[in-house]
Design a protein around this ligand. Structure first.
Ligand SMILES: NC(=O)c1ccc[n+]([C@@H]2O[C@H](COP(=O)([O-])OP(=O)(O)OC[C@H]3O[C@@H](n4cnc5c(N)ncnc54)[C@H](OP(=O)(O)O)[C@@H]3O)[C@@H](O)[C@H]2O)c1
Length: 214
């Protein structure tokens, strides 16, 4: 599929390179097209024969059958306005987390803001893991492929994102409807706090056999 990426930073590079390798057409975008083009050239060099393109925000939004929003919170609203109306009705992948200490505000989750500004079928995904995890080929820990929860409402958008998760060698997990997307932002904030505090966040959850669900 054609994947437009709003962003030319770490997440765009990591996920965009994987998807280009998997045979998708990828266009990234940043604030300065020549700078993004240099980043796209680096991705092309890693992408085993695929060519990654670069364009403006609006061009990447127009290009994508699916569009991933991978922009810093500080620039998010302005970038989405620059992307224009091209995202209306399209599958939009939201990877965003609140940034910095005190950045998370439960009264102002990011996902609904992205949906409001784009009019897209937003699916929240990929926000729970550090960018370097998305560079792994594949992300497998202790022999188990990484599970990636998706929160969204639109069946076609969810199906597209499930495919992109599987292309990484990961397992898509139904995280519930779009109304649960803010829970993924809260989860990321909580887990990142544990990691920065030196705790193994994975160790706080029991295995399924001890979840209380019979
Ligand atoms: N890094 C992680 O480990 C990680 C993990 C999960 C989720 N996320 C989320 O993924 C999103 C992108 O993160 P990233 O790590 O890819 O960030 P990054 O490497 O810093 O790239 C940020 C992108 O945002 C663009 N941008 C637009 N306006 C901006 C502004 N005012 N200030 C700063 N950047 C601006 C940058 O444009 P230029 O290209 O012109 O610089 C760049 O393309 C964020 O929402 C983050 O919360 C990150």
């Amino acid at each position: 599929m054609r994947i437009g990426i709003l962003g030319a930073g770490g997440m765009a590079d990591a996920l965009g390179t994987q998807w280009a390798r998997a045979g998708h057409e990828v266009m990234i975008s940043g604030r300065d097209v020549p700078v993004s083009a240099a980043r796209a050239a680096g991705m092309t060099a890693q992408a085993q024969g695929a060519v990654v393109r670069a364009g403006s925000w609006a061009e990447a939004a127009e290009f994508g059958e699916v569009v991933m929003v991978a922009v810093r919170q500080a620039g998010l609203a302005a970038v989405l306005r620059s992307a224009g109306t091209a995202l209306r009705g399209k599958p939009v992948i939201d990877v965003a987390n609140a940034e910095g200490p005190g950045g998370y505000d439960p009264a102002r989750p990011i996902a609904p803001m992205i949906r409001e500004l784009t009019g897209g079928h937003v699916v929240k995904a990929f926000n729970l893991c550090h960018v370097d995890v998305w560079r792994m080929t594949p992300p497998v820990f202790d022999g188990r492929p990484l599970a990636v929860p998706l929160c969204g409402d639109d069946p076609a958008a969810l199906a597209a994102v499930r495919t992109l998760v599987a292309d990484l060698g990961c397992t898509p997990v139904d995280g519930g409807g779009f109304e649960r997307a803010p829970l993924l932002e809260a989860t990321a904030t909580f887990m990142i706090g544990l990691w920065f505090g030196g705790a193994d966040a994975q160790a706080v959850l029991p295995p399924m056999s001890h979840s209380g669900v019979s």
